[in-house]
Design a protein around this ligand. Structure first.
Ligand code: AMP
Length: 126
């Protein structure tokens, strides 16, 4: 399996500092920032700094340290943003769209953290 990464995508430009972002958390391997068009009171995007197109690309080719860091950042953000499932917080939804059928707009791997209100059923038709 091979994955083609387009380094002109908007998140690559954010990582290079070519366009601004509202950073929430940054580590050596991972960046989290506010979605520009939030769909819920909490809507944060988490991206690896490495050049991965989709979650399956990341899972297949990222180093263990990148995957560990990414996973820990997601967990920390859920707590920091008040959408954990601990401490009586209301919970959240993680979404990672991939490819054509996943209707992925930005071809740099990202996980959406959504929460802060009831999010309804997982999928709607169409
Ligand atoms: P998707 O690729 O469909 O999973 O979603 C891409 C997400 O990136 C959308 O929710 C957009 O609102 C968001 N987005 C696009 N450009 C920016 C940007 N410059 N800063 C923050 N979020 C963005």
């Amino acid at each position: 399996m091979s994955f083609d990464y387009d380094d002109q995508n908007i998140f690559a430009k954010i990582l290079r500092g070519e366009i601004p972002n509202q950073t929430v958390l940054e580590t050596e391997y991972t960046l989290a920032f506010r979605d520009i068009n939030p769909q819920a009171p909490v809507h944060v995007l988490v991206i690896p700094k490495g050049a991965y197109v989709t979650y399956d690309h990341f899972a297949a080719e990222a180093d263990d340290v990148e995957i560990l860091d990414f996973t820990r950042v997601v967990g920390k953000l859920c707590a920091d943003l008040g959408v954990s499932t601990g401490r009586g917080d209301g919970g959240h939804r993680l979404i990672t769209n991939a490819g054509r059928d996943g209707v992925q707009e930005v071809p740099h791997m990202h996980v959406h953290i959504l929460g802060g209100r009831g999010l309804g059923r997982m999928l709607t038709a169409g």
